[in-house]
Design a protein around this ligand. Structure first.
Ligand code: ATR
Length: 289
């Protein structure tokens, strides 16, 4: 890549940023598309406001925002996309005339990843595992795309109840049903899509799974684990052993990047190129499937 006087810069702000996959995604896209754009990770120790204002002043085209700044950054942007506003967190900033506009492509990326696998939300009953930040975002997505029901199962039921109260208040219907982790026997007797949004099973605890009982997995036709390290979680194995399709979260990571790149450049990236980038990511991570 040749840097010249017209080269645009995008970057990642977070702490830490050393192990990010984003430069692979964005710099490969620029190379393949012949875009004069480079992507650089920036470690921000603490002064997020100065970093965001500085990035705007330096004419950066856009930013990704990662842990721990996805909520705090809302204080320093001019505009916010409605879905990101409902989620209360942004991971992508797009340069506009009077400041950055914030989006949440983590969650629109998950939607696009699911679509690419033929998984739909509209009219679906969904089992959602976990009630942390990730699960809350998925619950917002389910509401946004008109899922029929979301059975939200969490170890700490109060947290599931809190999310249910908030989202049901916004949708004015009983969309989210909060339940304890052991209450799955009360679920309707049908096979459903299950999204695993807890941190259980994340490396190095690869032999952990949020629900052990094999009977639970009889209720799942498709299991989507947001975890991609490892790429074959115990949750996924249990889903498959009971006849379901199972997916890991690496495509979500791919599409959060693709969607950010599309927003920055006002373009659509073709499926074939998305697949090429995905193969590169799998190579970087030593993932075969
Ligand atoms: P994130 O922001 O990535 O979603 P988080 O807010 O820490 O992360 O949420 C982690 C989720 O995993 C929570 O739902 C947590 O359950 P609690 O709300 O009961 O803490 C769930 N989780 C983590 N470890 C767990 C375990 N050993 N068993 C069951 N659930 C667990």
């Amino acid at each position: 890549m040749k840097i010249n006087g017209k080269t645009r810069v995008c970057g990642l702000i977070g702490k830490p940023v050393e192990h990010t996959m984003s430069p692979v995604i964005h710099n490969s896209l620029s190379e393949e598309l012949g875009m004069d754009l480079t992507y650089v990770p920036f470690l921000v120790e603490e002064d997020l406001k100065a970093a965001v204002c500085g990035a705007y002043a330096l004419n950066l085209l856009g930013l990704n925002i990662t842990v721990p700044y996805k909520e705090e950054v809302l204080n320093y942007i001019g505009e916010i996309d409605p879905l990101a506003k409902q989620i209360g967190a942004v991971n992508t900033l797009v340069r506009k005339k009077d400041g950055f506009k914030g989006y949440n492509t983590d969650i629109t990326g998950l939607y696009r990843a699911m679509q690419s696998e033929g998984i739909h939300l509209s009219g679906e009953s969904v089992i959602l595992l976990g009630a942390g930040g990730a699960a809350r975002s998925v619950a917002c997505l389910c509401s946004h795309y008109h899922a029929e029901k979301v059975y939200l199962l969490n170890r700490t039921i109060e947290k599931a109840e809190e999310i249910a109260k908030e989202i049901n208040g916004l949708t004015a219907r009983e969309l989210v049903i909060p339940m304890g982790l052991t209450e799955y026997e009360k679920l309707p007797e049908k096979k459903m899509l299950c999204i695993q949004a807890s941190s259980v099973g994340l490396a190095p605890h690869t032999e952990d799974v949020i629900i052990e009982d094999p009977a639970f997995y009889e209720r799942i036709h498709t299991g989507y684990d947001l975890i991609y390290r490892p790429a074959n979680t115990k949750f996924m194995r249990l889903v498959r052993e009971h006849g379901g399709q199972a997916y890991h979260g690496l495509k979500m990571l791919l599409y959060q990047g693709i969607e950010a790149y599309e927003l920055w450049n006002d373009i659509q990236v073709e499926d074939t190129l998305c697949n090429e980038i995905y193969e590169l990511m799998k190579g970087e991570m030593g993932i075969e499937e």
